[in-house]
Write a protein that binds this ligand. Structure first.
Ligand SMILES: [Zn+2]
Length: 347
């Protein structure tokens, strides 16, 4: 997926803590996409000519610990992102021991097998200031069959709690037609926005490498002749990359624009309680999870791993004048508990 134009695995964006409620200019990131691919040979030739898809250009050393791969973004790659997004205010975030420590603590939230997959496949992690979305995961295809990746994360995530980041993420989908309403996602105060972003993006990296979902990018389906057949997690839920099974259609899904990736919000926040009541009947842990099978997998994984650490469910509340009018635990609904996790490596 290319940073600017695609939908996909990703996360939120530059969030100034002082402007958390329905910030106007959000971006989203694209983590994967459902675009149509050209032919296989043309794709291999195209990717071979793209410097950012070559692991050696990231200084990748498979023997290095994953936290050592958190690096200050090199100028050539920053220039690439600036041009791709037409965002000339992107700036390198200087990485030091503190940022590498953040990677170590986030990595520890993942199962050991996933840590091993990342050690083999994740070539670099770059925080970027003023990034228009939360982050994204880019794939590096190799003819050996290995699909490595690198992550870009918005440096603002270092400063937010996971609760604040998740609250902001959901709030971005609502039009503020009544200032008495708020959406709150409570994931405790222990973990950070970076933890959430890392878990979400790491799931995309694992998906790229291990094909946990039928395919994350149409280009990868073409390059590796992936059959695209359903896996247990998607069977009965998704009929296509962004198409849900008829049983799981719900009013408002098409109007969702979490992170602003489909433009300005369209759902009135005065109707948020009704919206979440509908979402609570679906297999999706978040509205963003309902946008594609890749985001479904990334969100489900991230929520579960966050919860394992905090020792309780993440709780979503719609507040009116500070008082809850609807509350639920997204991973504890009947439909989510019925998800088939076979083969995902999530217990
Ligand atoms: Zn994503």
């Amino acid at each position: 997926m290319k940073t600017p134009t695609l939908p996909a695995p990703c996360v939120p964006l530059g969030l100034l803590l002082s402007a958390l409620i329905l910030p106007a200019a959000l971006g989203l990131i694209s983590c994967s996409s459902a675009k149509t691919s050209p032919g296989k040979a043309a794709l291999w030739a195209q990717f071979a000519g793209e410097a950012h898809r070559n692991a050696s250009n990231h200084g990748f050393d498979p023997a290095s610990p994953v936290d050592a791969r958190m690096k200050t973004i090199p100028g050539w790659l920053l220039d690439h992102l600036r041009a791709a997004d037409n965002r000339w205010d992107y700036a390198a975030f200087p990485v030091g021991e503190a940022e590498r420590a953040r990677v170590r603590s986030a990595l520890a939230l993942l199962p050991g097998a996933w840590q091993g997959i990342l050690k083999e496949h994740l070539v670099a992690i770059y925080p970027v200031q003023n990034y228009w979305g939360g982050g994204f995961t880019e794939f590096l295809p190799e003819k050996s069959g290995a699909v490595r990746s690198y992550l870009v994360v918005n440096a603002a995530a270092f400063q937010a709690t996971a609760s604040r980041w998740l609250s902001w993420k959901d709030a971005t989908a609502f039009l503020s037609d009544d200032e008495d309403f708020r959406v709150r996602v409570d994931a405790g105060g222990l973990l950070s926005g970076f933890d959430y972003l890392f878990l979400h993006e790491a799931a995309h990296a694992v998906d790229y490498a291990m094909h946990k979902t039928p395919w994350v990018e149409a280009d990868l389906k073409t390059l590796y002749d992936l059959p695209g057949t359903p896996v247990p997690f998607t069977r009965g839920v998704w009929t296509g990359y962004t198409e849900t099974d008829a049983a799981h259609h719900f009013e408002g899904r098409g109007a969702l624009s979490p992170y602003g990736f489909k433009g300005k919000p369209k759902l009135p926040i005065s109707g948020a309680a009704e919206f979440y009541r509908r979402l609570a009947k679906t297999p999706f842990v978040s509205m963003y999870a309902s946008q594609s099978w890749a985001e479904d997998f990334a969100e489900y994984s991230a929520y579960r791993f966050l919860e394992k650490k905090i020792g309780r469910p993440i709780r979503v509340s719609v507040l009116k004048s500070g008082k809850p009018v609807f509350t639920y635990d997204p991973t504890r609904t009947a439909a989510v508990k019925a998800r088939d996790l076979t083969g995902l490596g999530i217990d």
